[in-house]
Design a binder for this molecule. Sequence first.
Ligand code: PLP
Length: 470
Amino acid sequence: MDHDDLNHWSKWAADWARDYHATLGERPVRAPLVPGAVARQLPEMAPEMPEDMAAILADFERIVPGAMTHWQHPRFFAYFPANAAPASMLAEQLVNAMACNALIWQTSPAATEMEQVMVQWLRAALGLPEGFVGTIHDSATNATLSAVLTMREVALGHQGNITGLAGAGRLRIYASAQTHSSVDKAIRVAGIGQDNLVKVATEASLSMDPAVLDRLIRADLAAGFVPAGVILCTGGTSVGACDRIADCIAVAKAHGLPVHVDAAWAGSAMICDEFRHLWAGVEDADSIVFNPHKWLGAQFDCSVQFLRDPGPQVRTLGLRPSYLETAGREEIVNFNEWTVPLGRRFRALKLWFVLRAHGLEGLRGMIRNHVAWAQEACQALQGLAGLQIVTGPALSLFTFALKDDAATAALLERINNDGRIYLTQTQHKGRFVIRVQVGSLACTRDDVMMIPQVVAAMMMMPDCAAGPQG
Ligand code: PLP
């Protein structure tokens, strides 16, 4: 296949994409399959001889779209969204065509400089004060890992990277049980050890209790541990919990500890003034992560980490062997020194396209609609006999359940086998609950109001709905 062929088939792909998106609403949201159904259709070995692109694309159409869970479906209400605005898809096509590796400034100056400017556009859009700088990671998991590695190195006087962790003080990191599992993963990967991630009790509001945080830090100090940092959340994954950022940061700062705030999902909502109370005090954090690839329409992957001072993170993660030096240009930024991987994609272009194509006002309108429609759907569900709203809307996320876990799980399975909407589950206070989050770029109020319709219909059905097909 050469570039003329690429041109030809790109037009085919553009037509396919248009039809795919135009008919998404007619497809079941979740792939109606059992494991192994796709692998069985693929040959065991790679072909020895070139194959015709027409045949490859025919197989694509036959095997792939019907075996996908459609994240851009207007009735995708599961997990959190991974929205892809058409402008973002277009930017990614252009990035694909250039196929760069933006590891240092001189390998892709436009990627580096646009990343710096987009981080500033977003900083201002989220209401964060001047002075924060930042970078774009692939995922919040990697941003949080970078923050935890930095906490570790600062606590160890930057010796962990040099001499290893054996013999170092036993570090402690503090977070509430409402933080995402990426925090647990970061603590493990950083060599701090799961036992040293202290899960701080939450209050009725589901915020970390700052008084308990203070007690735990003091007890650890008395016992000879080395507190290294605090991780807070705005919009926890399970039910949207928000820590009282200002009060928790005050405790952390009283003990001289750095703070990382995980707002992977809810951060996007902070482009709206009226939601910023949810993270009041965030301007005193040292590191903040949010994912434009969740709710802002810059497609996966695109996770922004703001840093009050990049110095400690760059000292932790940056290496500059001679083959990565840019001679005579000490003032430039090489973003690989801010993140774990060396190689990096040109992620800023899709932000540039999306922010310009929608404008902040357009994006605010979308998020405000989602929050309002989630509240409406929640109210409609509240009226169904036998159904209980377990946690009310945190922005556009709420949970509900039936009288016992088995009945709730059976209802969820029926809803998802039906295919018109897609919901997922979580555990809340020991209970199996169904999560609803409204965040699909393509959804309308009618799509959202289909949630109570489908739930009501599925509650009327006997427990023997058809299962997935092989
Ligand atoms: N933090 C929160 C609050 C999340 O909800 C998620 C994922 O949904 C993550 C972190 C991890 O995000 P990523 O997939 O970008 O690593």
